[in-house]
Design a protein around this ligand. Structure first.
Ligand SMILES: [Mg+2]
Length: 319
């Protein structure tokens, strides 16, 4: 069965825009105004909702799903995750846009930035089913990390007062790099113990990670599998080497890196270790991670005119 569902978005119901005012930058307010105008010109009614607290977006998306033709998540990956949670198991498609510090899912899907192009997607984009990852009862759509990067996120969130930029990460990364003690981890994939030792773990539904790194290099969001990457690492110098090989996208070929796919993953550690979920601080170990196949519908670009092959390499392929 193909993950491509349709390219038709209902016109009889409004398009809802869920806005996280803490994400993004001042200039985006102008873009939001442009988006509103473009949607109206295309014939849809627009309903906007501004979130005020964690989980607001999930509650709102769930409540309006029967009266929505589509929902646009105007924020970062955390906002997208909350909206996706609210729309899970419905037929209402989600358009994830780039209005946050990092929008890994929107980048993975090649979602454009200009409001006119976003409305073009509402009119003629395609809708695909997307898997959702679950960890200790919480969901994620892009990638989670256990250990080093979660410690960075913990430090950033501790001092966060408003919206953050990439610069907000500089000192937390620098301090974490020098102070981090690599935890002793036990990793199981589909019931098999595949790693015991010091290191970092990443589990991804998409290939992208921050700063252009493709840690889960081969991940597809619709194959019903999670990509699991374990970096064996006990010292700072080795972490730099891992980063260099990851930058070259050759890390799966290294002897001290495990790269595989699984449906169920468990991570234990000798002491509680945090994880980060789509850039937000997540629970501590032990972690039980699984995949819910084709849980949400995403609006994605169709093949450009004259494109020689399928824009989405796996579109139409049996899964
Ligand atoms: Mg996958």
């Amino acid at each position: 069965m193909s993950s491509l569902i349709t390219n038709m978005i209902e016109t009889g119901k409004p398009v809802h825009v869920v806005i996280n005012p803490r994400s993004g930058y001042g200039g985006q307010k102008r873009l939001l105004g442009e988006l509103r105008r473009e949607i109206r010109q295309a014939g849809w009614e627009v309903v906007e909702y501004v979130t005020q607290a964690v989980a607001d977006a999930t509650r709102y998306a769930k409540s309006i799903a029967p009266q929505a033709s589509a929902v646009i998540a105007w924020g970062g990956d955390g906002t997208v995750n909350e909206v996706a949670n609210g729309l899970a198991d419905t037929n209402v498609p989600l358009l994830a846009v780039r209005a946050g510090t990092e929008n890994l899912l929107a980048k993975e899907l090649s979602i454009p930035k200009r409001p006119a192009d976003l409305v073009g997607l509402l009119k003629s984009g395609e809708i695909m089913a997307c898997d959702i990852g679950m960890i200790n009862g919480l969901s994620f759509h892009s990638i989670l990390g256990v250990g080093f990067d979660a410690e960075v996120v913990r430090r950033v969130s501790r001092t966060r007062t408003g919206h953050i930029s990439h610069l907000s990460y500089f000192w937390p990364i620098w301090r974490t790099f020098w102070e981090h003690n690599f935890p002793r981890l036990l990793v199981q994939a589909d019931g098999e113990t595949i790693f015991q030792g010091q290191g970092l773990v990443f589990v991804g539904n998409i290939s992208r990670y921050s700063s252009g790194l493709r840690i889960c290099r081969d991940a597809r969001f619709d194959d019903g599998l999670l990509d699991l990457v374990v970096f064996e690492c006990d010292q700072q110098a080795r972490l730099l080497l891992h980063a260099a090989w990851t930058l070259l996208r050759l890390h799966p070929l290294k002897g001290n890196v495990i790269y595989r796919q699984a449906r169920r993953i468990r991570v234990e550690s000798d002491k509680p270790v945090h994880c980060q979920l789509d850039g937000d601080l997540g629970p501590t170990t032990p972690l039980d991670i699984s995949i819910s196949p084709r849980k949400i519908k995403l609006i994605v670009p169709g093949s450009p005119p004259g494109w020689p092959g399928p824009f989405w390499p796996w579109k139409g392929a049996p899964v």
